[in-house]
Design a protein around this ligand. Sequence first.
Ligand code: SF4
Length: 457
Amino acid sequence: MLLRHTTAEIKEREALTVNPAKTCQPIGAMYAALGIHNCLPHSHGSQGCCSYHRSTLTRHYKEPVMASTSSFTEGASVFGGQANLLEAINNIFNIYNPDIIAVHTTCLSEVIGDDIPQIISKAIEDGKVPAGKYVIHCNTPSFVGSHVTGFANMVKGMVKYFAEATGEKKDQVNIIPGWVEPADMREIKRIVKEMNVKSVLFPDTSEVLDAPLTGKHQFYPKGGVTIDELRSTGDSIGTIALGQFASAPAAEALDSKCKVNYEVLDLPIGLLATDRFIDSLRKMAGVAVPESINVERGRLIDVISDMQQYFYGKRVALFGDPDQLIALSEFLVTLNMRPVYVVTGSQGKRFEERMAEILKDIPEAKFKQSSDVFMLHQWIKNEPVDLLIGNTYGKYIARDEDIPFIRYGFPILDRIGHSYFPSVGYSGALLLVEKILNALLDRKDRDSAEESFELVL
Ligand code: SF4
């Protein structure tokens, strides 16, 4: 209802974003840092930024998100935040005792130009970092990029600070899962284990942001990649980076630092992307695909072929993060659906190149990087769709235009489930198929005339 002002008439805009399809860099850095065991993310800026980032993650994951802040006030804004960060590092190790503090910057500290590596060195020189403890950092100026860039920067930071090549290769594969849900990280680990491959998954937010209720508060939940595991990534036989936007920078950094070969794949969402993931893993680790994985795949194909008449030709609009949109669009095409509008707020020519490949047989398809949800709404107003897929903010469009809506992506503030049920792998694809089918068939049931209101499909 709040978007009734959206007009169908499209005017060229360059310097104005309305209803962004992204959020700010530090949120991604904070999420990635939570995927390190015993790590406290630290926001180097004002309290307001940190509160916003924590609350957005808390609302999405429905878990308490711990993070500290340099608490800039007027003084730090004028003279720089060195004194604040030094005091913060001292307090955090004394009071909260993490193994690692993962510092990310904010717009304010970036504009001031605080030199974080220099401040960390001074903290070490001043004895503020106890033995066996670490402070790492990444820069996350939010006036460029998006939350996906922030995530990628923090994962790259993990490589820069920890990866080591000892000269002795380890029989393990690095998997950089990209920005996916804790349940997806768990599912990726399950698939890799099923393939009999040893791996280091980083970051890993499973058992951190989907930890069980035990009756005891755990400031640092048991999940997360450990420092030793991060160190060992430099000795792995290879790296599989899932998602060009969220994971490739860390894989490239690891290759240039420790000479670890890497392959960048789409997120394993849907049939074909999962096939490519399994195949790369098979080749890199030199293993055979077990029958159990073939059975999972067969089950997915069975459901797709049983239900294909309900998918065929349905027009879909999507918005969100580039890595997810690329894989999801390919899956929709596999289902014989038509992803006609695809919008991301993140920047990157690679997004448009990949979408052009995936949607080459859908001439009416429009896709745009650095765009916004307002533009998507205008496209929908001009020519409607049968289904909308996106984060919680899509509910306004869905209601205004009366379109079936599937919540997918970040953030999802008004539902649960996204952090507990995977969408990666063959089993995740099956859950996605069920969601899509339910949305379409619920609408069919709602709109059917009495004489065509069927009990059995
Ligand atoms: S956009 Fe910049 S100022 Fe705003 S919350 Fe993000 S980091 Fe803070």
